[in-house]
Write a protein that binds this ligand. Sequence first.
Ligand code: AMP
Length: 363
Amino acid sequence: MSSTKTIGIIGGGQLGQMMAISAIYMGHKVITLDPASDCPSSRVSEVIAAPYDDVDALRQLADRCDVLTYEFENVDADGLDAVIKDGQLPQGTELLRISQNRIFEKDFLSNKAQVTVAPYKVVTSSLDLEDIDLSKNYVLKTATGGYDGHGQKVITSAEDLEEANALANSAECVLEEFVNFDLEISVIVSGNGKDVTVFPVQENIHRNNILSKTIVPARISDRLADRAKAIAVKIAEQLNLSGTLCVEMFATADDIIVNEIAPRPHNSGHYSIEACDFSQFDTHILGILGAPLPAINLHEPAVMLNVLGQHVEAAERYVTENPSAHLHMYGKLEAKHNRKMGHVTLFSNEPDNVVEFGKGIDF
Ligand code: AMP
């Protein structure tokens, strides 16, 4: 049997593109399904241009590929179930369903994986908010469809309840206690259905709810870092993980609390392309193919800066002045405000001195 596979990727944005690049390095062929024929992956793979819920297009992709994967979690799981052959989607559709719905996700994390999450309750209407103890702060999040802080309402006083009630009456939600964290961190873990490999702990700084800067290793104690990695491994093992998963967490002074999981490579893991001996995209491809997974080493402390639409010129100027910084541009045609256009990775022991492109400029 040939070791060269045809890999079908649902979604041709930057994550799909970087997965495809890793796959191509390893000698595989990639076909991408994306509504836009000129998506970032079109630079490196054939594209079937069709909406994600087009079952005929999904079937065409499944028929032409040995293995399927996705770059984002809001894929139509039922549509996929209808077209995939046995074992063709090593990540499975169950993981998709868990990460598409915060109610399933919290249940999985707290009851099956048995990791610590913020105390929460399911909210099906504003009636469920009537008796909450307002001496505590909360975040109300819609169960589905939220991203980058959309579909969320922080509740710190009775004045926030009007908006919170409206949100609770518009969709199923979870109400979480607000975590007074020191740092937001994430851990990338990859599995091949049997074994897992885990990346260093990443520290994440957001602006306007969009990841702006990732610092690796995260500036937490070794004890907490080991705990964060152990939590990621526990979740991966509970899932019999295939491919790459990102576990987003909060680090408090003495604990790690899991916020959410993303069943795919993640923006906070992009540094691994240069800073680790294998990237999160390499281990994703190895993992979905069931290949042995390498242990991951961080060559040097690294910082990743996101390049949004409004930062493109600043990033280009930055790498002219700092040629040892690695500029990645995803090939998106239009540089819209807040659109992720690329990122820069550099090695630095002084992450505070690496200034985000947006800082003090446009926020
Ligand atoms: P999420 O969509 O769950 O990733 O939330 C977006 C952002 O909101 C996170 O990156 C945190 O900065 C913040 N956030 C979410 N949940 C909580 C929480 N329970 N306590 C404090 N901050 C939170």
